[in-house]
Design a protein around this ligand. Structure first.
Ligand SMILES: [Fe+2]
Length: 459
């Protein structure tokens, strides 16, 4: 009997969209992690349990299945089920879970993985989802739920970036061990698929103060050549645009997959910073010292050692604090940023009347291809000379200013061929015609030039 009640307790602790019981209690401690190899010890569950999380988000690679044989996969889940620390967590804390590549069934897997329907059911079985759980019939594991009363609502959104994911574009020139993938501009390439995009829009329209938008792969980091949302830049632009269009406040991305932990941040044009807190792994964190990979959006990093993440919300403060934390395998904090909730509020600053001239025109074309003619009235460069800026206004801070960003690194060979030594000097004072996608940097429009064919001198 005791066994049975423990079992029932275990099952009832699995949270799914269909089981809404005590959702009204505000969440203040949410732990998360990813990448747990079933053949290795998993001592990190001890400090996670000590944290007394009110919810645990398992963000993928919960096992390393790497098989198309469902019996083998089931046996690997059985192994995880017996891990003492994991068992303890399941007995004390509800869990919401999303898979990544290895637990769907293959390294870097996407829509092409042939057994995804079967492995989806196994995943749901392992996490104790009911027979009538809507995810049983859905294509993909995407799921969402809102906890807490009005004014203190935390929405958990789990995006499935595997089930529908198009084939990634491989770049054979990338050195071994440094990733494989380049950005693909294919307009048909997708991470979520049509139905999930629609579903996500509906979720983002629901009222909530904090939204933890979870993705197996990183959303914000874009400079490495592993898996990330920027494998399909159009898809990430679509995600950011959806957040802007739904005017969703409080979005914080949580991610995994990378065998490291880091906090990244960028401007996605919603009037507040998009943070992406990455934690990986439960026991698959990189164990040896390694040089930091480039991440232009990095705020903080822990690139060696096993780790887990905690989102700690202090609702008692007048302006509640959203704490973004990474902990090591002893439970010690290695990254902590405290973000006042008021700083995560959507605002439409970019369309304010003080933006005029070319900048205002450009704002009409955010995330779209646009061709513009302008006179270069000022130039600038980053300290490391990796970027040169061509500004339409003398003062780049002017609300009228449009910036053309020359990616000097990407252009190096072409500039050499064109015998342009200093791009800033070359274009200064000239009238230029530029084509490219308009993006936002801290609410300001810019066009990034990575090929010389995007820019020509017209006068
Ligand atoms: Fe992964």
């Amino acid at each position: 009997m005791r066994k049975l009640s423990v079992l029932l307790l275990g099952l009832s602790l699995f949270v799914s969209a269909s089981a809404a019981d005590d959702d009204k209690k505000p969440l203040s401690r949410i732990a998360f992690g990813s990448c747990a190899h079933q053949d290795r010890e998993q001592p990190i569950w001890e400090p996670i349990v000590r944290e007394k999380p009110e919810l645990f988000l398992f963000l993928g690679d919960v096992i390393y299945a790497d098989t198309e044989d469902m019996k083998v996969m089931k046996a690997k889940y059985d192994k995880l089920a017996k891990v003492p620390g994991w068992k303890k967590l399941r007995e004390t804390c509800p869990v919401m879970a999303m898979w990544d590549d290895h637990d769907m069934g293959a390294d870097d897997a996407g829509a092409e993985y042939p057994k995804k329907k079967e492995s989806q059911q196994l995943f749901l079985d392992f996490f104790g989802a009911a027979k009538d759980d809507p995810r049983r019939k859905q294509e993909g594991l995407y799921d969402a739920r809102i906890f807490g009363p009005e004014g203190k609502r935390v929405q958990i959104i789990l995006m499935d970036t595997r089930y529908h994911r198009s084939k990634l574009a491989v770049d054979p020139k990338i050195p071994k061990g440094q990733g494989k993938y380049k950005a693909s501009d294919d307009p048909k390439a997708t991470f979520l698929g049509e139905a999930q995009w629609k579903w996500l829009e509906e979720q983002l329209k629901k009222p909530a103060e904090v939204r933890l938008v979870c993705s197996g792969i990183q959303v914000v980091a874009e400079d490495h050549a592993f898996e990330k949302w920027m494998n399909f830049p159009r898809e990430r632009a679509k995600l950011y645009k959806l957040i802007r269009d739904t005017k969703a406040s409080g979005v914080v991305f949580l991610s995994g997959d990378r065998h490291l932990a880091e906090l990244s941040m960028m401007d996605g044009g919603a009037g507040y910073p998009f943070f992406d807190l990455t934690s990986s792994g439960i026991n698959q964190g990189n164990k040896r010292w390694r040089p930091l990979e480039t991440n232009r959006h990095r705020v903080a990093t822990m690139n060696v050692g096993d780790n887990y993440g905690v989102v700690r919300i202090d609702w008692d403060k007048k302006d509640p604090i959203v704490g973004l934390e990474i902990h090591d395998d002893e439970g010690d904090v290695t990254i902590r940023r405290k973000v006042p909730l008021s700083r995560l509020r959507y605002s439409d600053r970019k369309s304010k009347a003080d933006v005029t001239g070319l900048a205002a025109e450009a704002l009409e074309h955010v995330d779209k291809e646009w061709t513009v003619e302008m006179t270069v009235n000022a130039t600038g460069t980053t300290r490391n000379k990796a970027m040169t800026f061509l500004n339409s206004e003398k003062d780049f801070r002017s609300a009228k200013n449009l910036t053309i960003v020359l990616d000097v690194k990407a252009l190096a060979k072409e500039l050499e061929r064109a015998k342009i030594e200093d791009a800033g000097k070359h274009y200064a004072g000239k009238k230029i015609k530029v084509s490219g996608t308009v993006t936002l940097f801290e609410d300001r429009p810019q066009i990034r030039v990575t090929k010389l064919s995007q820019i020509e001198v017209v006068e």
